[in-house]
Unconditional design. Structure first.
Length: 368
């Protein structure tokens, strides 16, 4: 059961208001350790999470690891081709099975006491346990997680009460599966931002800041004629991009042309599809006021056929935008932690995505 103080904090946000009357979640939702712990358990453990792409597991016995909200995860491809996902934790004394970000292994061996597991998570080797009474190997396998794929993306679910992945993603599977599948992986970069993960999500969802934060020759110099659709666990922005008159950064206008489809999936994923490129952002909480942003680049053309400057330009735009967003998000986190701010009204034109996010967040956090 939730304690009374936490319940009061969560009830301070009214998610029943019409949008024109709505306010943001209170500042302590971004700064309170108890709320953060609740998010790790309720939000990230009980929703589908994007953890990787099939290019990371092209070969049998390959694996990769990821940490989400303090939970270490291991995803492997068996020799049969089947994908499995596990907690990256040995069931003996809790040691991390591997600290490698990726690799190949026919079995998984704990670096602490040498317990070993096959790629189904079964315990196969237990040194110096012959004299232990009433011990069952079958009861000491790895903690298994649900893993499924959509359009070459790999998703996991850590909880038991889950809806089908295709339902969670709807309407993406019906609309863009083929478009996403034809995209080739190009490269990935990771960035650290000193703010709560929700500050970065809020910023990524709204266009209000674009002409100010990104206006000096950046993506804010692209006029956005957009409309937004809201669905149960995601929203979609359809944007027309037109270069403004005046000074601009040519690398921006070359790699972000014509139109864009921007898909945000609760709680922490953005899939941005442009005419020739796709960019995904995974926003990962690494503590109360630290966020890791994983940005992956994809291209409609195979990377071997792309001019090097095309890839460099797309990466440049993502990095430039991330640096600008990261700087403002750190300032927001400082203000949220100051005690001088509690909650705010929202722009009907630009900040509807934030209210949608906050309502989904409140719904998840209020579950016991």
């Amino acid at each position: 059961m939730m304690n009374e103080t936490l319940q009061q904090k969560l009830n301070a946000f009214d998610d029943t208001l019409e949008f024109a009357y709505a306010k943001t979640i209170p500042a302590d939702w971004y700064t309170d350790p108890e709320i953060y712990r609740k998010e790790c358990d309720n939000v990230f453990q009980n929703n589908w999470l994007l953890v990787g792409h099939l290019h990371q597991l092209e070969e049998p016995s390959s694996y990769f690891t990821i940490e989400i909200a303090g939970k270490p995860i291991l995803v492997v491809r068996k020799n049969s081709g089947e994908l499995r996902a596990f907690a990256n934790v040995c069931p003996h004394r809790g040691a991390q099975l591997t600290s490698n970000s990726c690799g190949k292994a026919s079995r998984l061996k704990c670096p602490y006491h040498g317990w070993s597991f096959d790629l189904d998570g079964n315990l196969t080797g237990v040194p110096y346990f012959d004299d232990v009474k009433d011990f069952s190997r079958e009861e000491h396998g790895l903690f298994s997680l649900t893993v499924e794929t959509w359009a070459n993306f790999i998703f996991i679910h850590m909880g038991q009460d889950r809806i089908p992945l295709t339902e969670y993603l709807s309407p993406m599977p019906e609309r863009i599966t083929e478009q996403v599948q034809e995209m080739h992986f190009v490269e990935v970069h990771e960035y650290s931002v000193e703010c709560n993960w929700k500050v970065f999500v809020d910023n990524a969802l709204e266009g209000y800041h674009m002409p100010i934060v990104h206006g000096n020759g950046g993506i804010g110099n692209l006029v956005k004629d957009f409309n937004i659709e809201y669905h149960k666990y995601l929203n979609i922005q359809h944007c027309l991009l037109t270069k403004k008159m005046g000074i601009n950064d040519e690398r921006v206008s070359k790699s972000r042309t014509s139109e864009a489809q921007l898909y945000w999936l609760f709680p922490n994923v953005l899939i941005n599809i442009f005419s020739n490129f796709m960019v995904t952002l995974c926003i990962l909480p690494y503590g109360l006021d630290r966020t890791k942003v994983v940005i992956s680049q994809y291209s409609k053309e195979h990377p071997s056929q792309l001019p090097p400057e095309a890839i460099a330009d797309s990466v440049y735009v993502s990095e430039r935008t991330l640096k600008e967003d990261g700087a403002i998000c750190q300032k927001v986190q400082l203000g949220l932690s100051s005690g001088f701010f509690n909650t705010a009204r929202l722009s009907v034109k630009y900040e509807g995505n934030i209210y949608h996010f906050h309502k989904l967040l409140a719904q998840a956090l209020r579950k016991n």
